[in-house]
Design a protein around this ligand. Structure first.
Ligand code: ADP
Length: 593
């Protein structure tokens, strides 16, 4: 399809090219023809005028002498010039006549036709041959008419024309008077014309011409050229193509001289006109070439434009295809992603389920531990209470009520202990208070120390305090922070209880935007196994009854509630170390409050 289109376009281009060549040729031919016609018209007009003038010169020249011979023949003294024997009596007459008229020569011929007197040569008694030179004129004169005859010239000799009239004396034929006129004057007049002019007599012989070489020759002998007039200029003057003797193109114009039966022709050189036509054709060619170039340029531009457009369209199509394929890829990737997302969601759901199950399991485990711890905590005092109650009952039955008193006191102590356990549990489950305000950490430590004083005194442990002068203010609940410090200190006191030189240390400092409180001891430290679990509720390594395993988990929860952190570590030189970090209150905010 596209190929055939290209083919037709190529054919069209070929056609356009051919048409351009044809149009160029036609335009060139027409331009040449028009130019030639205009030039030839001009030449023709000029040549016609010239021909008319030159023909008139010839006509007038002969006309001038036409009447001279009759006039001279009828002159009063003429009869006396020739005596009855034909001898001239006064030879000067002829010379005078000739001289006055401007004729070349005046002859007097006797009736036999011999010249007896010549204006040039004087008396030529018996000079024979006069009538032989102009037999027709002589004959015409003898018959009483005006005799006319041409003496044709040669390339070296100018033609002459002779007029002859009879000489009569009392109606007697005495002889003939002939006037010879040279046509040299006409030729001299014609010589001024640059175009060749020639007069042909009835035989087609060149009589007068401004080209001496042609004189006396027959037109058919002359290589004037071949007539092509009818070919391209019907109704126009004859045109002659060049011939050997007459190079160059010529236009031939003719005029008739009916009295003489002559024809006057002129040959006009039309080389200039042809050259001008040639130039015109060249200019036309140039213009056509430029125009064709312009048209071709436009076509080429149009073609380039179309090609560009095609290219752009192809590029757009390619792009569209690429976009389509990319879209398809994207769609695929999208669906793959969707699938993956679904799978992830599924996995997440599974994970959540597993986590929930784990939490559940952990809860159950915690519950197990709690119930074990609680049953231990409660069973022991309960059993003691029962046995004490039984003993007290038996003692009262036997009337020994005073002795039962001690049992009852023990029972009260154990109930108090159980109430304390319950209280601890209640503290653990209780929701953390929402009351949070700036708290002085030093005050917290002081009060915790006050509460722990009896225990410290009892165990005789040295407690080192490292507290800075500047107070540290943190945000939190005072009572709950006291509980944390008490928990950490009482754990440390517990840990160093078996030590020969027990030592517990409490340090406080400021670290950037945080307050740091460190409780360390030189106890046995924390087991690597126990380390991950020490903050778990109900995790304890202490003997039954000695600890519930809630202290650290409560402390951890409280510190986190106040946006702080609580970490446990073992010291390098033995013993455990608990670090509590709490964000410091912005002092400016505090001042504002
Ligand atoms: P309890 O004190 O009732 O055992 P806690 O939660 O306070 O419960 O402590 C949990 C466990 O962490 C303790 O049983 C003990 O094994 C360990 N522990 C806590 N403090 C220390 C310490 N200063 N040195 C060594 N071990 C400690």
């Amino acid at each position: 399809m596209r190929r055939s289109k290209r083919l037709t376009w190529r054919t069209l281009k070929l056609g356009i090219r051919a048409a351009m060549v044809v149009v160029t040729l036609v335009v060139m031919w027409l331009t040449g023809l028009a130019s030639l016609r205009i030039s030839l018209d001009e030449l023709n007009t000029r040549a016609e005028a010239n021909l008319a003038v030159q023909t008139a010169v010839l006509e007038r020249h002969l006309d001038k002498f036409r009447l001279l011979s009759p006039l001279l023949a009828r002159g009063p003294n003429i009869g006396r010039i020739l005596d009855p024997f034909g001898s001239p009596s006064d030879p000067s007459v002829a010379a005078i006549a000739a001289g006055m008229s401007g004729a070349e020569e005046v002859w007097l011929m006797d009736p036999a036709g011999d010249v007896v007197l010549s204006s040039l040569e004087g008396i030529r008694s018996g000079a024979a041959g006069g009538a032989q030179r102009i037999p027709r004129a002589f004959e015409q004169a003898r018959q009483g008419q005006l005799g006319r005859q041409l003496i044709p010239g040669t390339p070296d000799r100018v033609s002459n024309y002779v007029f002859a009239s009879p000489l009569r004396e009392n109606a007697m034929f005495m002889g003939v008077l002939a006037v010879r006129v040279s046509l040299d004057d006409v030729e001299q007049a014609w010589a001024l014309s640059k175009d060749p002019i020639l007069a042909l007599d009835g035989y087609g012989r060149v009589v007068v011409t401004n080209v001496p070489a042609w004189r006396g020759k027959f037109a058919s002998e002359l290589d004037l050229g071949v007539d092509i007039a009818e070919l391209s200029f019907p109704g126009r003057p004859e045109l002659l193509v060049p011939a050997a003797g007459n190079p160059g193109y010529h236009m031939q114009l003719s005029g008739d001289l009916p009295v003489l039966g002559w024809t006057v022709k002129t040959l006009v050189d039309i080389e200039d006109a042809r050259q001008r036509a040639g130039w015109a054709m060249l200019v036309a060619l140039l213009v056509c070439v430029i125009a064709a170039g312009g048209i071709w340029f436009l076509i080429a531009r149009r073609e380039e434009f179309l090609r560009q457009e095609r290219r752009t369209r192809a590029a757009a199509l390619r792009l569209e295809r690429r976009v389509q394929s990319r879209t398809a890829d994207l769609r695929k990737a999208n669906s793959r992603l969707e699938r993956e997302v679904k799978e992830r969601e599924q996995a997440e759901a599974n994970l959540r389920l597993t986590q929930a199950e784990l939490v559940q399991a952990a809860k159950l485990a915690t519950l197990g531990r709690m119930s074990a711890a609680l049953s231990h905590e409660y069973n022991q005092p309960l059993a003691a209470i029962r046995s004490d109650a039984e003993i007290a009952g038996m003692l009262i039955e036997r009337g020994r009520a005073a002795e039962a008193q001690a049992n009852l006191t023990r029972i009260g102590g154990m109930v108090t202990r159980m109430a304390e356990i319950a209280k601890t549990l209640k503290g653990f489950t209780r929701k953390s208070g929402t009351d949070i305000k700036p708290v002085s950490l030093r005050q917290v430590v002081d009060e915790a120390m006050l509460l722990l004083q009896p225990q410290i005194k009892q165990s005789e442990i040295s407690l080192a305090l490292d507290i800075p002068d500047a107070d540290l203010i943190v945000k939190g609940g005072r009572i709950r922070l006291e509980q944390v410090v008490i928990n950490l200190l009482s754990n440390a006191l517990d840990a160093v209880s078996g030590n020969s030189q027990p030592e517990v240390r409490l340090a406080m400092r400021k670290d950037g935007e945080e307050a740091v409180l460190v409780v360390s001891d030189n106890g046995p430290g924390i087991d690597a196994e126990a380390m991950p679990q020490i903050f778990d509720p109900f995790f304890t390594t202490k003997d039954v009854g000695a600890g519930l395993g809630l202290g650290l988990s409560i402390a951890y929860k409280i510190v986190h509630d106040f946006s702080g952190s609580l970490k446990a570590a073992n010291r390098e030189d033995g013993g455990a170390e608990f670090t509590m970090r709490l964000p410091l209150v912005d002092e400016r905010a505090l001042a504002a409050e």
